[in-house]
Design a protein around this ligand. Structure first.
Ligand code: FAD
Length: 470
């Protein structure tokens, strides 16, 4: 008979517990991916669809190499999984667990339906370091602060990745549904990314060899590419967090000087688990503020300013650089993500959900847990969030973390000729300096769309009013 593996956010062959269990059964294995149309499932945004199509293509080839056919289908999960299961006469279905409330609802329904048919259904842990319920405070509650979460996680034995299983008889890889090559605009992303499991493993190796030692300091400087860029590979499960964990520790053992840098890197990886912890334990984090009082915040309706933010036309170079990097590459450096999110929610006082949606559509790593949790963290409504009165000043942040203006010059060519002194704040440059740099404000580059000091005060008032109520 046959065993069906339903793949979702785990598009890899190695350290894939569901696939491994299916293969160990000794039965014929069929793999399935469903582009789910259930309302409970958040549909991927444009950049993620672009990545997904390529990731499925790579996966299909890798699976075929092992003698496993990949079927890619569209529709409601319960219907599709049951149809394929019955076409293939599968007696068992395996998958790796996922954690968003809507995903759990769908999975529970699929499981109940299959069990009614007498099918053996097994779910496995493969996409986080620890299952969200496996790590709780001394009082048995979910964590709401990162540092104790990290301290507890660090002491735990993280399961070792599964060994690679043997090669099967080849099958021919099928053609993957061409609708998911869209959208066309995403074609420009091709030059920036290598997609698939092999590329993810290579990136990890390269990061450890070349960058990790510089990571603790260098990770804050957007012009330096010292972070791992593994986020989209993790989002689609082309690599597992357990593989990263154990490979990185093994590297530290072989290179003891790098131990503290490796630990810093893994603590950032643990933020991902912390986001999943929130996704699992809190209610609908993409829509509802985790601290209820923020539900009363009077966000501004400012469509023109929102558009300027999305298109990188705010007149504040580091903000515009970040938003243009996002549009061009499907990625943005973490420091700049924090700055653009702070600028939107504090200086523009625009609802964080507007920003979260834009990121969701544009990021190749747009993630059910990390995106909303990080937005809420910056907006102040999240768990362990920065206090509301810590509002980033994007000009001084730019001067600090992009001191030579290299990052800004890469993405905002209009201001390239400005001297470093004014590169982060062209609106403050004297006329003569602007003229010499070939800049006419509001013609060649926008004048800053807001006064940072004034809007900071406005945000303090709006947020402060809520805190006083609490
Ligand atoms: P590295 O620094 O190399 O870190 C390794 C891995 O650890 C990352 O790939 C990621 O999985 C995890 N990680 C690192 N930093 C964080 C963090 N602060 N929070 C959670 N996980 C982290 N990350 C996403 O994966 N998807 C998102 O949709 C996303 N949206 C974000 C939105 C905002 C407003 C902010 C401020 C951050 C967001 N992040 C998101 C977190 C972080 O910016 C990215 O994970 C990181 O920039 C990815 O680059 P990297 O892989 O080189 O990271």
């Amino acid at each position: 008979s046959t065993v069906l593996v339903w793949l979702r956010n785990d598009l890899r062959l190695s350290d894939n517990p569901a696939l491994d269990a299916a293969r160990r059964s000794g039965e014929r294995v069929v793999a399935l991916y469903v582009h789910e149309s259930d309302e409970a499932i958040r549909a991927p945004g444009g950049a993620a669809r672009w990545w997904l199509h390529r990731s499925l293509t790579a996966l299909g080839e890798d699976l075929a190499d092992k003698g496993i056919a990949l079927r890619v289908e569209n529709g409601r999960a319960a219907e599709v999984v049951e149809r394929i299961r019955s076409d293939d006469e599968a007696g068992a279905v395996h998958w790796n667990r996922r954690y968003a409330p809507g995903q759990r609802e769908v999975d529970a329904a699929v499981k109940a339906g299959l069990r009614k048919q007498g099918v053996d259904v097994r779910s496995h842990a493969g996409n986080v370091l620890l299952e969200p319920w496996e790590i709780v405070t001394g009082q048995g509650k979910p964590y709401s602060v990162f540092t104790p979460f990290w301290k507890a996680l660090k002491e735990r034995d993280i399961a070792r990745p599964l060994p690679q299983s043997a090669k099967g008889k080849n099958v021919t890889a099928g053609q993957i549904d061409s609708d998911y090559r869209q959208p066309e605009w995403a074609g420009k992303l091709t030059q920036y990314w290598d997609i698939g499991e092999a590329a993810a493993q290579e990136r990890l190796e390269q990061f450890l060899e070349e960058c990790v030692e510089d990571y603790p300091k260098g990770r804050d400087y957007p012009a330096r590419a010292v972070t791992s860029h593994l986020s989209a590979h993790l989002r689609f499960g082309e690599i597992s967090p357990r593989q990263i964990w154990h490979t990185a520790w093994a590297f530290a053992h072989a290179h003891p000087d790098s131990t503290s840098a490796v630990e810093k890197f893994l603590s950032e990886l643990a933020w991902r688990d912390f986001s999943y912890h929130q996704l699992y334990h809190r209610d609908d984090i993409a829509n509802k503020p985790m601290q209820a009082k923020y539900g009363d915040l009077k966000w501004r309706h400012a469509p023109e300013q929102l558009k300027a933010w999305k298109t990188g036309q705010t007149g504040i170079p580091i903000i515009d650089a970040g938003m243009r990097e996002l549009w061009e590459t499907g990625y943005m450096h973490n420091r700049v993500r924090m700055l653009v999110a702070s600028f939107l929610t504090k200086n523009l006082l625009i609802d964080w959900r507007e920003g979260e949606h834009w990121f969701w559509d544009c990021l190749v790593d747009a993630d059910d847990a990390n995106n909303p949790a990080s937005w809420q963290w910056v907006a102040g409504s999240g768990l362990d969030a920065a206090p509301y009165f810590r509002i980033f000043n994007p000009v001084t942040q730019g001067e600090r973390f992009d001191p030579d203006g290299d990052y800004v010059r890469r993405w905002v060519p209009e201001v390239t000729a400005l001297p470093d002194k004014f590169i982060h704040d062209p609106s403050q440059a004297p006329e003569g300096v602007l003229e010499k740099a070939g800049i006419v404000l509001d013609e060649t580059y926008p004048r800053a769309i807001v006064d940072l000091k004034e809007t900071r005060r406005r945000a303090l008032d709006a947020f402060g009013a809520l805190s006083a109520e609490a």
